[in-house]
Design a protein around this ligand. Structure first.
Ligand code: NAD
Length: 479
C-alpha cells in the first residue's frame, strides 16, 4: 500500500485566514490500512471557536442582505473550488479513512454536485409567500454551526454549507478531529472560493471543547449536526438554554426487507451492498436483513457465498470491496460486537473475530454475517457501525413490518420486491425518514433525515434550505 509523507495540519480557518491557533493540543493521525502516522494535527480550542463565532457574527448582517444572485454566485464559486479538488478529496478519503476507491470517488463528486444543485434550486425558491393578509418572508436563521462526523466528511460539510449559504447564514464548521486530512483539503477549497471573510469558518477540535462552545454560545443561532444519537442528545440539551434551532441527523439500524416475491439473485447483492457499503460505516447501512422464513436457506447460502468472496484489503485497489475501519477503537468495537453476538446465541454464517486471513496489520475486520438473530439481541438492536449484518427470519409480511419498525431508530429502510407497487405499499408502512424500493442509490435532493431517535429535521434540497430559514409574517391592513 502506497505511503505518503507525514503532514502538519493546523485546525483553524477563521475570518478568511488560516488562523494562528490558541489551542495547543496536538494529535497524531494514522492511516488505518497501514497503521502508519500520516499527520500531526494541532487542534483548535474553545477560544478559537469563540473567535470563529465572532467572525461569523460580524459578517452575518451582510450575508442576510445578499441577493439571490449573489448567493448563487457564492455557491458556484464554492462548487468550482471543490470540484478542482475532487481528486485530493478522494485521496484523503482513502488515505485517512480507508474508504474503498469507488465509494471515495462517489463522495468526492457528491461534494461539488450538492453545491451546484442547491444553486439551481435557489433560482426559483420562493423566499416570499402570501398567506391571507400576511406577507411571509423566509429570513436566514443566523450564524449556524455545522458539526460533522468523520465518515463522508467532505459531502456532509458541503451539503450543509450549500443550504446554509443559500439561506444567507454565516457558518462555523466543526469537523470531527478524526478527519484532519479531508478537512484540510476541503478548507483549502473553501479559501480558494474567496467568499466574504467570516462567511465560512472551520475549527477542527474536540467535541467536548469546540463542539460544546458552539452548542452554548449565544452568537450561534442554529446547529446542524450529523453524528451519533448520544452526541445529538447532548447537543440538543446544551443548545436549549439559548433556544437554538437544532437539526439532528443521527444513528441508524436500518432494515432491509426482502419480500417473498423478490428475485433473490438481484435483491440479495443489493441488500448486501446496502449493509456493507463504506466498510459498514454509513448511517444508512441496512444492517438488519429481514428474509421470509420459507426462503431463508436459499437466501443464507447466497449471502454466505457473496460475502465470503468479498475482497477485503487495500482501499486503493479497485477490486477491494471492504477496506479497513477508520480507527483502532472502531476495530475493537466491532470485535466486541462479534463476541456479543456469539455469546447471545447467534449463528455465524461467515466472518467472525480477528483480521481476515493474510492481513497482519491495519484495522481490517472480517465482513461478518449472523443468522438465528432474535430482535432482542444487542446485535439486532444497536448500531454496530462496521461490516456486520444480522439476518432475521419472518413468517408474514405483517411480521416483517413489525420487526422493521421495532427499533428506536428510523433513518433509511430498504424494500426488495418482484412488484414495484407492492414494494411501495410495504414502504409506506415503515417508520423511516426514507425508504428505497428495489434500489440503494438515494435521490440526493429529496429530504433526508430520521424519525424516532435517528434525528430531528431534514436535510438536502428544499427541506434542507428551509431548515436554515425562519418565516416572518408581516400583516398589514387590507387596501
Ligand atoms: P460522534 O457523535 O461521536 O461525533 C460527531 C461530531 O460531534 C464530531 O465532530 C464530534 O467531535 C462532535 N462532538 C462530540 N461530542 C460533542 C459534544 N459534546 N458537543 C458537540 N459536538 C460534539 O459521531 P462519529 O463517531 O463521528 O460518527 C459516527 C456516527 O454518526 C454514527 O452513529 C452514524 O450513524 C452517525 N452518522 C449519521 C449520519 C446521518 O446523516 N444520519 C451520517 C453519518 C454518520
Amino acid at each position: 500500500m502506497e505511503e505518503r509523507t507525514m503532514r502538519e495540519i493546523k485546525g483553524g480557518y477563521i475570518n478568511g485566514e488560516f488562523a494562528r491557533l490558541h489551542g495547543a493540543e496536538t494529535i497524531e493521525s494514522l492511516n488505518p490500512a497501514t497503521e502508519q502516522p500520516i499527520a500531526m494535527v494541532r487542534l483548535a480550542d474553545r477560544d478559537d471557536a469563540r473567535n470563529a463565532i465572532a467572525a461569523a457574527c460580524a459578517v452575518q448582517p451582510f450575508l442576510r442582505d445578499t441577493s439571490r444572485a449573489e448567493r448563487i454566485d457564492m455557491l458556484h464559486s464554492l462548487q468550482a473550488a471543490i470540484l478542482a479538488r475532487t481528486d485530493d478529496i478522494r485521496e484523503a478519503t482513502i488515505e485517512e479513512y480507508g474508504g474503498p476507491l469507488a465509494r471515495a470517488q462517489w463522495v468526492s463528486r457528491y461534494a461539488s454536485d450538492c453545491l451546484s444543485r442547491t444553486a439551481d434550486l435557489l433560482k426559483d425558491f420562493p423566499f416570499e409567500r402570501q398567506i391571507g393578509d400576511a406577507s411571509v418572508r423566509l429570513e436566514p436563521v443566523g450564524v449556524s454551526a455545522l458539526i460533522v462526523p468523520w465518515n463522508s466528511i467532505a459531502g456532509t460539510i458541503c451539503s450543509k454549507l450549500a443550504s446554509a449559504l443559500a439561506a444567507g447564514c454565516a457558518t462555523v464548521i466543526k469537523p470531527s478531529e478524526l478527519a484532519p486530512l479531508q478537512t484540510q483539503v476541503v478548507t483549502e477549497a473553501l479559501h480558494a472560493a474567496k467568499l466574504p471573510a467570516g462567511a465560512v469558518n472551520v475549527v477542527l477540535g474536540r467535541g467536548s471543547d469546540v463542539g460544546d462552545e458552539l452548542s452554548i454560545n449565544p452568537g450561534v443561532r442554529k446547529i446542524s449536526f450529523t453524528g451519533s444519537t448520544s452526541t445529538g442528545k447532548h447537543i440538543a440539551r446544551a443548545a436549549v438554554d439559548t433556544m437554538k434551532r437544532v437539526s439532528l441527523s443521527l444513528s441508524g439500524k436500518s432494515a432491509s426487507i426482502v419480500l417473498p416475491d423478490a428475485d433473490l439473485d438481484s435483491a440479495i447483492p443489493l441488500a448486501l451492498n446496502a449493509a456493507l457499503m463504506n466498510n459498514g460505516q454509513a448511517c444508512v447501512n441496512g444492517t438488519r436483513l429481514l428474509v421470509p422464513r420459507i426462503r431463508l436457506n436459499e437466501a443464507l447460502s447466497l449471502v454466505e457465498r457473496t460475502v465470503s468472496a468479498m475482497p477485503v484489503g487495500d482501499p486503493r485497489d479497485p477490486a477491494t470491496v471492504i477496506g479497513p475501519l477508520s480507527t483502532r477503537s472502531q476495530y475493537e468495537r466491532i470485535q466486541r460486537y462479534i463476541q456479543v453476538g456469539l455469546a447471545q446465541g447467534a449463528t455465524l454464517v461467515t466472518g467472525g473475530e480477528g483480521r481476515p486471513d493474510g492481513l497482519t496489520k491495519g484495522f481490517f475486520v472480517k465482513p461478518t454475517v449472523f443468522a438465528d438473530v432474535h430482535p432482542e439481541m444487542d446485535i439486532a438492536k444497536e448500531e454496530i457501525f462496521g461490516p456486520v449484518l444480522c439476518v432475521l427470519a419472518y413468517d408474514s409480511e405483517d411480521e416483517a413490518i413489525r420487526m422493521a419498525n421495532d427499533s428506536i431508530y428510523g433513518l433509511q429502510a430498504y424494500v426488495f420486491s418482484g412488484r414495484q407497487e407492492h414494494g411501495v405499499a410495504i414502504a409506506s408502512a415503515l417508520e423511516a425518514g426514507s425508504v428505497l424500493v428495489n434500489r440503494i442509490v438515494p435521490e440526493t435532493m429529496a429530504p433526508f433525515g430520521g424519525v424516532k431517535q435517528s434525528g430531528v429535521g431534514r436535510e438536502f434540497g428544499v427541506y434542507g434550505l428551509e431548515a436554515f430559514l425562519e418565516p416572518k409574517s408581516i400583516v398589514s391592513p387590507k387596501h
